[in-house]
Design a protein around this ligand. Structure first.
Ligand SMILES: [Zn+2]
Length: 341
């Protein structure tokens, strides 16, 4: 089947089947009878401030008014559970289809812009934070990289001087450099980026991530659960076992000490098939987590509680698309495409 035929068939199937989703729980057909869907958010943006679509970081953002529409829509249709309740729901094999909401990285806007919406609709959510970033001494490579590619007129790749002339160059080099940086340990990321930009890491992201004091406040909110997103947001599959152990164990301990509560949930950094494996899952169990979350598709799940799939939600996900993610129809199309193209 060629691409054009596929797309028109897919669109036809979509337009016929999707509206049914409003009346019939499609997840029963498409998602292996899974009785939940977990959504993964990152940042909520003020309505007048949204990154341009070509910005590779725009996939991390949802406008506050769109976020509110999504939450209202979900709240009207589904029961929304905390992760603690979700675990019980899965254990009990409860047949009702439920939703859980999560946020990764611990962005300041989760407090300023997401929390008011969650409180308005009384919707619980979990926030996965990066323990070392809360000290505000460290940097997020993805924002550092984007900021500096925009600021500098040239970069050094393998000591070769390369000019950055326009937006296309910036987006292109962001992609190329990201692929390298993601595989490095946190300390090596700093060295690598220093060589590229010819200067020390100076990016101040104090306004981007909340701090320990805010974390403690947040942890007292009955709608919010705090989870670990590791110590340094390293890609765990590029670390050895003792490094993985440290990332999972020390982040848990640091957070528990600060908030004076158990931290039972973990979100693997990046979280796709390339970033989660059975070794890491084993260590997460040993360290004492109760559940761990990936960003895999449902059919890629390898462990009932330690490889829980999540759907990434960005600003383009309107109601129908939200439903088609939740009910597994998007996964169905993904497989359909693999078979027929
Ligand atoms: Zn993350």
């Amino acid at each position: 089947m060629n691409l054009h035929n596929y797309l028109s068939t897919a669109n036809l199937v979509k337009s016929l089947v999707l509206p049914l989703g409003y009346y019939y729980p499609l997840n029963k057909i498409f998602s292996n009878n899974q009785n939940y869907a977990v959504l993964c958010y990152h940042r909520i943006s003020a309505n007048n401030k949204l990154l341009k679509k070509n910005n590779p970081l725009s996939g991390l953002e949802v406008n506050q008014d769109i976020f509110e529409k999504q939450i209202k829509f979900l709240k009207n249709r589904f029961e929304i559970l905390s992760l603690k309740q979700l675990k019980k729901h899965i254990e009990d094999k409860n047949k009702n289809f439920v939703i859980s909401i999560t946020f990764d990285d611990g962005y300041q806007d989760n407090i300023n812009l997401a929390l008011p919406v969650l409180e308005k609709y009384k919707v619980p959510a979990a926030i996965f934070v990066i323990a070392r970033f809360l000290q505000k001494k460290d940097f997020m490579w993805w924002y550092f990289l984007w900021e500096n590619l925009n600021k500098q007129k040239f970069i050094f790749i393998d000591t070769k001087k390369i000019e950055i002339n326009n937006e296309k160059d910036i987006v292109n080099w962001f992609g190329v450099i990201s692929k390298e940086v993601i595989n490095l340990s946190y300390e090596d990321q700093k060295i690598y980026l220093y060589k590229i930009f010819g200067k020390e890491i100076d990016y101040n992201f104090k306004d981007l991530i909340f701090d320990f004091e805010q974390l403690v406040d947040l942890s007292k909110n009955e709608l919010i659960e705090i989870g670990s997103h590791t110590l340094t947001h390293a890609k765990l599959t590029s670390l050895n076992n003792s490094e993985i152990f440290n990332e999972l164990k020390y982040s848990k301990e640091i957070l528990e000490e600060k908030i004076n509560k158990k931290v039972d949930f973990l979100a693997y950094p990046y979280g796709s098939q390339n970033e989660v494996n059975s070794q890491i899952i084993q260590i997460a169990k040993e360290v004492g987590y109760q559940m761990a979350f990936s960003t895999k598709r449902q059919f890629q799940q390898t462990d009932i509680f330690f490889d829980v799939p999540r759907y990434n939600i960005d600003n383009t996900v309107e109601k129908k698309r939200l439903l088609s993610k939740i009910n597994g129809f998007e996964d169905f199309l993904y497989n359909f495409k693999k078979i027929f193209i």
